[in-house]
Design a protein around this ligand. Structure first.
Ligand SMILES: Cc1cc2nc3c(=O)[nH]c(=O)nc-3n(C[C@H](O)[C@H](O)[C@H](O)COP(=O)(O)OP(=O)(O)OC[C@H]3O[C@@H](n4cnc5c(N)ncnc54)[C@H](O)[C@@H]3O)c2cc1C
Length: 724
């Protein structure tokens, strides 16, 4: 140890160490929080927290592609399943058609994540995501039903933690649908705070001298719960007589429970906003299982929380971002095609600036969302387990989906309100709040998890410092602390210089239009990293409870992540000229959100003199903004492209099911385009001037147009039957 370090340790580090420990100034971390923090890894989120992101490295991340087999599955099996599932009928019958259930099992839709050697499809995360995305464009019920067994549940847990004997038994049965799984964690007293589950199992010795577990549980909201044949159950394991020799309280444990066992009650259903997927309470009284039913056997005793956190961290990046992207693409497709067909005041509504404003926003958001889905899933396929990026994706994709559906419905007007087979959006609208609530309800995900987890886990020094404090390791603490101080000073300095040069100090290696966005992102990251440290310094352990502030930091973090993904997409797809405007509008929106979030941070960062200082800096930052005023011409250009250029609409909304009502929309929009000149000829020169071909084109366009703007109506009898 150098002499300088020795003196520093005596004079500074030891007193500081004592102060931090006695006053609890750094956040303490409970055992369950530690497990959540350690779940997953740190990917490029670490760069965003560093204040100096390495864009060369970030942009070099692999971009996923479908294998031939996955593409063929999408073009054939997925297409066929969509064709046999009429979403209106699903709502009428309150179930998927029998044929669809059989097809799902036969074609192993439930086994997408199960390797081929166990009889599954062994798809990549990207292949899996694209299947769910396309199903969501046909029927949310279909997508949710297929999504759940491929998400956090028995198969995922078995694959990572199961005994070979458990894998050999269950995985082939789960892959071909002989077993239907569900995963039961949530309870009346344990929703967002899943650690407070009360379901419990007690170890006992039965008449044959074998060790068994007697379970009591009362679960709710369990998807597929009422029809599951195998229940993945989370419960607290107790061993009052210490029969297992591991103590009395073994903690949260996960087991697979045969639903046919005595004491399991699957007899009731919930009604999740009328969306008819299977969701149910599950009750178990004196249900007896073997020790071998615990996932992972002996190794799994008390290991349930770790299993759940690690698996959830990845699941959040795939399932909900895929259904949300599918739903958003459907909303955009329906709204833009409809805008080219629907005419009011003598012109297509897509030409009204008011509609164009909404369509423009939707177009840019869809570009961004799909970019982020692909970017994140590329990382997962590359072996990353990016916990914070996945929480960002869960939150942002579902929020954007909710907004997209509302925007789409505003554009379709009454045609989106009147329910019936012709309404493409109403059922997605019912489903949007479900996505917001599950896998970490969104308010908590934003205000507690994204930044709260990120600032500890992704920060280059914070987690190490806390660990060193806990272990009483002053030497490590000293090294980390003084590196941290250098880091803060460097970021503060960088942030000022980047602010003065408006980001130009950063010299991207990459040229072209996207260069400027990279400079701004680098500037945002420097300020974000500096202010994160300031907030940690001012609030210490209290930062965890400052959810409003944490939410604003999360807003900056989320936008940095989404915009980086958009940058990656743009560069990866060859910097297409026609995509520049999508990228630009997405960037302007994102940077404006970042400005708003920073304004809130400056206003609320501290009290008295410190508060005044940051409010003054905030005033300067309010002038030296990252964002800019949105240009109407850009937003209108996106709307025009989407409304009147089929190839752009197709590209942006790729991977949607094109049969049924969507097929009619495509035909109608195409016919209106083909008859465009004939319509204008008729307008200028009158009906008599039209030739035969023009008459045919107009007649066909008008017929299809009538059908597209048509909405459903019902006889009184039908109405009361279908409202039951
Ligand atoms: C349709 C549906 C399907 C589901 N499927 C399953 C399933 O298959 N298996 C399963 O186990 N569970 C399932 N769930 C449960 C789901 O995961 C929970 O609903 C979710 O965890 C939220 O719990 P809660 O509904 O009890 O809300 P609460 O926990 O009561 O939360 C209420 C509100 O408080 C907020 N909140 C809570 N804590 C904080 C905090 N610290 N900071 C800020 N805000 C906070 C939340 O964000 C939310 O907005 C499902 C739920 C639904 C609705």
């Amino acid at each position: 140890m150098s002499i300088v370090k020795k003196i520093r340790m005596q004079l500074l580090t030891k007193p500081l160490f004592a102060l931090l420990t006695s006053k609890g100034l750094l956040p303490s971390i409970s055992a369950t929080e530690k497990t959540a923090l350690r779940a997953g890894g740190v990917w490029m989120e670490g760069d965003l927290f560093s204040g100096h992101p390495d864009f060369e490295k970030i942009m070099a991340n692999p971009y996923p592609r479908l294998s031939e087999e996955e593409q063929s599955f999408l073009d054939n099996e997925v297409e066929e399943l969509c064709a046999m599932t009429d979403d209106w009928e699903v709502f009428q019958q309150r179930d998927l058609p029998q044929q669809a259930w059989e097809y799902i099992k036969e074609k192993r839709f439930f086994g997408m994540i199960i390797p081929k050697n166990y009889g599954g499809l062994g798809f990549s995360a990207y292949g899996h995501s694209c299947v769910i995305e396309k199903l969501a464009t046909r029927s949310q019920v279909l997508a949710i039903t297929v999504m759940v067994p491929n998400s956090l549940g028995p198969a995922e847990l078995l694959l990572h933690y199961g005994l070979e004997s458990q894998k050999d038994h269950y995985l082939p049965r789960l892959a071909d649908g002989r077993d239907i799984p569900c995963f039961a964690l949530t309870e009346p007293q344990a929703g967002s705070d899943a650690t407070s589950i009360q379901a419990h199992g007690t170890v006992f010795r039965d008449g044959d001298n074998a060790l068994k577990i007697r379970l009591q549980f009362e679960k709710r909201y369990i998807t597929l719960g009422a029809i599951a044949t195998v229940i993945g159950l989370a419960f607290v394991l107790r061993d009052p007589e210490n029969l297992l020799g591991r103590g009395e309280d073994l903690g949260i444990t996960c087991a697979l429970v045969d639903a046919a066992k005595e004491g399991v009650d699957q007899s009731r259903r919930h009604d999740p906003l009328n969306v008819p997927f299977v969701n149910a309470p599950l009750v178990g009284r004196d249900v007896v299982i073997d020790i071998n039913d615990i996932i992972g056997g002996e190794k799994g005793l008390g290991n349930g929380w770790t299993m759940l956190m690690e698996s959830l961290a990845v699941g959040r990046g795939i399932s909900l971002p895929s259904t949300s992207t599918g739903g958003s693409k459907l909303a955009l497709f329906a709204a833009s095609a409809y805008s080219s067909v629907r005419r009011q005041f003598g012109i297509a509504i897509g030409k009204f600036e008011g509609i164009a404003e909404v369509l423009g926003r939707m177009g840019a958001d869809t570009y961004l969302l799909d970019a982020a889905r692909t970017f994140t899933i590329g990382a997962i396929d590359n072996g990353e387990k990016p916990a914070v990026a996945n929480a960002i994706m869960k939150y942002q994709s579902t929020e954007k989906f909710r907004r997209m559906i509302l925007d789409g419905m505003d554009i379709l007007g009454g045609a989106a309100i009147s329910r019936g087979p012709n309404n493409l959006l109403a059922h997605a609208y019912f489903g949007a709040p479900v996505a917001i609530t599950v896998e970490g309800a969104n308010i908590m995900t934003r205000t507690l998890i994204q930044f709260g987890q990120g600032v500890i886990r992704c920060h280059p020094y914070a987690y190490g410092e806390i660990e060193a404090l806990e272990k009483g390791d002053i030497t490590t603490f000293d090294t980390l602390f003084f590196s941290h101080v250098k880091h803060v000073l460097a970021n503060g300095f960088r942030s000022v210089l980047l602010g003065l040069t408006r980001g130009h100090l950063h010299r991207p290696k990459h040229g072209g239009v996207s260069r400027r966005y990279e400079q701004k992102l680098s500037w945002v990251s420097a300020r974000f990293a500096f202010l994160s440290d300031v907030a940690l310094g001012i609030m210490g352990a209290g930062l965890k409870r400052k959810e409003s502030l944490s939410g604003r930091f999360a807003d900056v973090l989320d936008q940095m992540y989404l915009l980086t993904a958009a940058l990656k997409r743009f560069r990866q797809e060859g910097e297409r000229k026609e995509d520049e405007v999508f990228l630009k509008v997405a960037m302007v929106n994102g940077f404006n959100e970042i400005d708003n979030a920073f304004a809130g941070i400056y206003q609320n960062l501290g009290r008295s003199l410190v508060g005044l200082l940051f409010k003054s800096i905030g005033f300067y930052a309010g002038i030296n903004r990252f964002g800019s005023v949105m240009q109407d011409k850009d937003v209108h250009k996106i709307a025009a492209l989407l409304t009147f250029d089929e190839s752009v609409r197709d590209r942006l909304c790729g991977n949607i099911y094109r049969g049924g009502r969507v097929g009619e929309l495509i035909a109608g929009a195409r016919a209106m385009q083909e008859a465009k000149e004939a319509f204008s000829h008729r307008k200028t020169s009158g009906e008599q001037s039209l030739d035969e071909n023009e008459r045919i084109l107009i007649a066909r366009a008008e017929e299809l147009q009538r059908s597209i703007i048509g909405v459903d109506s019902f006889s009184h009898e039908e109405y009361f039957r279908c409202s039951k």
